[in-house]
Design a protein around this ligand. Structure first.
Ligand code: PGA
Length: 239
């Protein structure tokens, strides 16, 4: 049997205690052991989610971390702190961090290194913008980001690569199967580590099966559809 697909939910800046508890309870009630599920809630909910899910196989991750372990960085959270709360994963280099916080691939690599040092699995996001794709630069951009965002300490056990075309995030536009196959094959070929490769960008229950069964797709990173338990379960069940 092939390895179970990794299903990651990125809640972004969504979730208060009551609605989050309901969603997590629904996931725990339905969860089958056939897939690996990681929930990445806002930092304010990590502690609660770790408590709520402590007797389940659900794993919890952060959405970002600082490159330093501690220090005078008001408002930031370190990888060590996420680990201390019971997290197993952390997303780094999400396109919203690259876009709104001007994070460079070098900074993303430093964050991934910090995650590894703290004993977390880094989910390193890469992906081209609409303009870059239209200009025929998708392969170059993905190759460049991959080379610069994955630190030397990356291994198959501590790193997951997520291909998220920026134009497909939250837009309802999914990359075509051929595009996903092409870019995932490129990442597989160029990556120095044999990490799992996730696709992200408008994944939902109705398109998950097709995406998850493409070659070199080891799972999905889900934003909007991870906020509805039934939709997220439909994605997981499609694996
Ligand atoms: P989306 O977001 O599923 O809402 O497109 C994916 C992501 O940003 O990780």
């Amino acid at each position: 049997m092939s390895a179970p697909k990794l299903i990651v939910g990125n809640w972004k800046m969504n979730g208060l205690t009551a609605d989050s508890k309901q969603r997590v309870d629904a996931l725990m009630a339905a969860k089958s052991a056939a897939f690996n599920m990681v929930l990445c809630p806002p930092a304010t909910l990590i502690n609660a989610l770790n408590w709520w899910t402590k007797d389940s196989a659900l794993k919890i991750g952060g959405q970002d971390c600082h490159a330093q372990a501690s220090g005078a960085f008001t408002g930031n959270i370190s990888a060590q702190m996420l680990k201390d709360l019971g997290c197993t994963h952390v997303i780094v280099g999400h396109s919203e961090r690259r876009q709104y916080h001007k994070e460079t691939s070098a900074e993303v690599a430093a964050k991934a290194k910090a995650a590894h040092e703290a004993g977390l699995i880094a989910i390193i996001c890469i992906g081209e913008t609409d303009a870059e794709r239209t200009a025929g630069r998708a392969n170059d951009v993905v190759s460049e980001q991959l080379a610069a965002s994955v630190p030397d300490c990356a291994t198959v056990d501590n790193t997951v690569i997520a291909y998220e075309p920026v134009w497909a995030i939250g837009t309802g536009k999914v990359a075509s199967s051929d595009d996903i196959k092409g870019i995932h094959a490129l990442i597989r070929e160029k990556s120095v580590v044999k990490a799992q490769i996730l696709y992200g960008g408008s994944v939902k229950g109705s398109n998950a099966a097709e995406i998850l069964h493409l070659p070199n797709v080891d799972g999905v990173l889900v934003g909007g559809a991870s906020l509805k338990a039934d939709e997220f379960l439909a994605i997981a069940n499609a694996a």
